[in-house]
Design a protein around this ligand. Sequence first.
Ligand SMILES: [Fe+2]
Length: 202
Amino acid sequence: MPIEPKSFPLEGKVEGFLSERALTEHRDVLYKGYVTQYNTIQAALEKADVSKANPHYSEWGELKRRETWAHNGVLLHELYFENIGGAGTKPGKITEKLINAHFGNLDAFKAQLLGGGKVAPIGWAVWAWSHLDQKSHVYVVEQHQNHTPWLAIPLMILDEFEHAYFLDYATKRPDYLNKFWDNINWDAVEKRAEQWLPASAK
Ligand SMILES: [Fe+2]
C-alpha cells in the first residue's frame, strides 16, 4: 500500500529559525518527493526481474540500492520536522536522565550533537538509543542510509543537508546549528523516549 505524506504545519516551526519559504520547499518539494519516490520504487520492485540481478547493473539491483535512500529520507524528515519548533521547551525527565548518564550534562550533549552536524554536510546527526550497549549516542549518518545503526531508537534528528538551511543561513552553518538547538522540541523528544525505549532505559 502506498504511503502518504504527513502534514507538518509551519506554525511554530519557523519563527526565529527558518523562513516560511525554506521550510515550505523542504516539506512540500523535498520531503514529499521522498514519499513519492518510495512509492515509485516499491511499485517498480513488484515488476522488476530479480533473476537478472548481478553485481554490476540490473534494474532490480538499482531499485534495491535506492530503496533505503527513499525509506530513510521519508522517516528522517518526519522525525526532523517533528522535533523542531519547540523554542521554550525543556528536556523531559527521561531525556534529561539519558543525557546526564551518557554525556555528563546538557552542554556536553550539545557539543556532541552539533559536532555531529558539523561532520555530516551531506546527511544527518542522529541521537539514538542503541540496543547494542543499552546507551544513547550521537550518530553521523551520510546521505540517508550510510552508517545507519541497526536497532537504535531515534530520539532527535538534525538535518544537515544544505537544503535545510542554505536559503536562510547561506554558508553560516554554525548559525543554523545553534538556532536548531534553540528550537528543539524537547516535548517531541521525550514522547519518543516514553513510547519507544524499553522500560530498562527510562
Ligand atoms: Fe532535508
